[in-house]
Ligand binder design. Structure first.
Ligand code: NAP
Length: 279
């Protein structure tokens, strides 16, 4: 079994990004919009600032109170869209209940849309055209390629159709010529699907969802799920029970998470290089 070590790969990638930013004197600033004080939002923001600092990317945090209206948020997004000093914009989720996340995130200039959530970038992904793509699925594909895992012709059981991970990953895997079965909470006989798959990817958020009897010998496993259990983060795989059947498998945490933050940096560098061009 080979561990798909996202943490080790992140270290390599960050060195490459830092060098590129220094060598090409790329002046990059990420604007992060925080609304309210949701603890997980604060933790994600802290992480983004930390890794941007490490590679020489400036961050600007725009804090809006938890009673902010959609109109007020739209005004800030428009202002940041017009600001030439801002390379990329992230509207941090989760946001308070009254905020229409999808509509507001869609107002971000597609060239500054680091999360790849705007209509234009989704349209490009849908049509397999160049554009900014969401960081978690991009990181999954990049990690698999780093380990020379060929996706063309492989069967993939992909669990979870969330907008951040599962659904865009389905498109990216299809763009790589894999054959994808997208599963969700209403899927019947999940085991029959996962057991046949060359690659099993889970983006659900349910610990121990994938057990030893659900995978075939030599399968490749990617665990995107992250759930806090007794203050400790765990993935969707029953890792100990399935690891010996795997040819390659991610740990969780330590697999996909480090790739997500790396792809934020990569998307920022791409946004800087593409400034002014059509996405
Ligand atoms: P989400 O939008 O809530 O999606 C969860 C998906 O799981 C839904 O499509 C749901 O089906 C499906 N599901 C629920 N129970 C299922 C079951 N028993 N079998 C198969 N599918 C089932 O969540 P998300 O934002 O995509 O996140 C999913 C997980 O990935 C979370 O643990 C999150 O923390 C993690 N995550 C990690 C990273 C990272 O960087 N490592 C990034 C993003 C997300 P329905 O559509 O039918 O409800």
């Amino acid at each position: 079994m080979i561990l798909l070590d996202g943490k080790a790969y992140r270290k390599e990638l960050l060195e490459e990004y830092k060098k590129e930013i220094e060598d090409k004197k790329l002046d990059i600033t990420l604007a992060i919009i925080q609304i309210g004080n949701e603890p997980s939002s604060i933790a994600y923001i802290k992480n983004k600032i930390k890794y941007c600092d490490m590679v020489g990317i400036r961050t600007r945090l725009h804090y809006l109170g938890s009673k902010t209206t959609n109109e007020e948020l739209k005004i800030l997004i428009n202002k940041l869209n017009l600001d030439d000093n801002i390379t990329g914009i992230i509207l941090q989720s989760p946001v308070p209940k009254g905020i229409d996340y999808v509509s507001c995130a869609n107002l971000i200039d597609p060239k500054k849309d680091i999360d790849g959530f705007t209509k234009d970038n989704i349209y490009n992904l849908y049509n397999n055209k160049k554009g900014i793509v969401p960081c978690t699925p991009k990181g999954v594909v990049k990690l698999l390629k780093h380990y020379d895992i060929k996706l063309a012709g492989k069967t993939v059981a992909l669990l979870g159709r969330g907008l951040v991970a599962g659904r865009p990953l389905m498109l990216m895997l299809e763009n790589e010529n894999a054959t994808v079965t997208l599963c969700h909470s209403k899927t019947k006989n999940l085991k029959a699907i996962t057991k046949e798959a060359d690659i099993v990817i889970s983006a659900v958020g349910k610990p121990n969802l994938i057990t030893g009897d659900m995978v075939k010998e030599g399968f490749i496993g990617v665990d995107i799920g992250l759930t806090s259990v007794d203050g400790k983060l765990v993935g969707d795989f029953d890792f100990e029970a399935i690891k010996d059947k795997a040819s390659y498998i991610t740990p969780s945490p330590g697999g996909v998470g480090p790739m997500t933050i790396s792809m934020i940096i990569e998307n920022l560098i791409e946004a800087k290089k593409n400034k002014g061009k059509n996405v």
